[in-house]
Ligand binder design. Sequence first.
Ligand code: GLU
Length: 425
Amino acid sequence: MVTRTPGQPETLTDDPWDMALRQFAGAADHLGLKRGIREVLSRPHREFTVHFPVQMDDGSVQMFTGYRIIHNGALGPTKGGLRYSPDVRINEVRALAMWMTWKCALSQLPYGGAKGGVTCDPSRLSAAELEHLTRRYATEISPLVGPYEDIPAPDVGTNDQIMAWFMDTYSMHRGYSVPTVVTGKPVVIGGSAGRREATGRGVMIAAREAARSIGRPFAGSRVVVQGSGNVGGVAARLLHEQGCVIVGLSDVRGGIHNPRGIDPNAALARLKETGSLAGYPGADAVSNAELLELPCDMLVPAAIEGQITGKNADRVKASMIVEGANGPTTPDADDILRARGVTVVPDILANAGGVIVSYFEWVQDLQAYFWSEDEINRNLERLMVRTVGQVTRFAAEQDVSLRTGALIFAVKRVADALMTRGIYP
Ligand code: GLU
């Protein structure tokens, strides 16, 4: 069942919640999941919508809408990021929450899935406005969150500073410091070494391991990365370090292309300085849509959902897609890509590095004992290699795509937990 907000211009195929439900239905069919369990997992457990005022710098008051949606907590406290973007809608948050349930289950983390967000444009808010918005939103959703209940983290449009304000607000209400309430915090207040780079590092490991499993060369691969943020930027740098050639890179405004290769360090430094990748020496300007269709071996969509669709999937040249973003490929596109023999390393596998190191951060905070960056990276590597290996072997045995294989594995784990716990009362 798809719930739509009136007036929202969503078509059935582009709606992220519809996408998430279709993916789940495919895995549930494969597993022969009982109707009751299917029903439970087809709906988010808790949906919280908040409308709240923020005092702006010019003295005016502006209303904002935010969400925190808990999809399922059968495996443990729920986990998932907070997104600040003008496009945040309830169906997007629902889908992202469901994907978190599968992502945590797939990597065998003791967490359920959740997601939150505020409909706002953080680039148009001053630091003070962003802080007021975050502290008020944290207060509004505080009935749901807690170290053993629901633990937010950064996502698109949020960062470690926002997590610090969130942690401070929660701690002020309690009267003592509670670092375990969010992950992705600055290291000085209980954040983890390596957390900032973790998602991008995980993307690089997933790409390398998936290439190995299908017997493709990795070093020397021509790679296009969509997105230059915390995921795309880090993935581009680490893939370049591993000997891949970055031939295309983009940010929200557009991309650059050079078939002979782009140095991601120089391009990202330019982006930081000038606010744009445009004008990078020796590269041609391309639109974000053109970027996805550039000649390359590997495409890393690391921006937002719904980028590779039934409309452009047949023009994608890459033979491997590694999903840094959540939900960048629609189910229609998945069908086209599979028929064309393109390997898609799905989001819940490829971008799990972020939540894996969030888990390490939470464990370190609970024990008040911190690990070195080297230990973090070694443990991340171990978990990613194990999970990619499990999924690639399972998908090959069952003759299904990596997405279907990953979803079957994850959904089975959540369904087993649900059945073991039973239905209360
Ligand atoms: N927002 C990230 C994700 O989509 C990280 C979530 C977390 O660390 O809890 O996986």
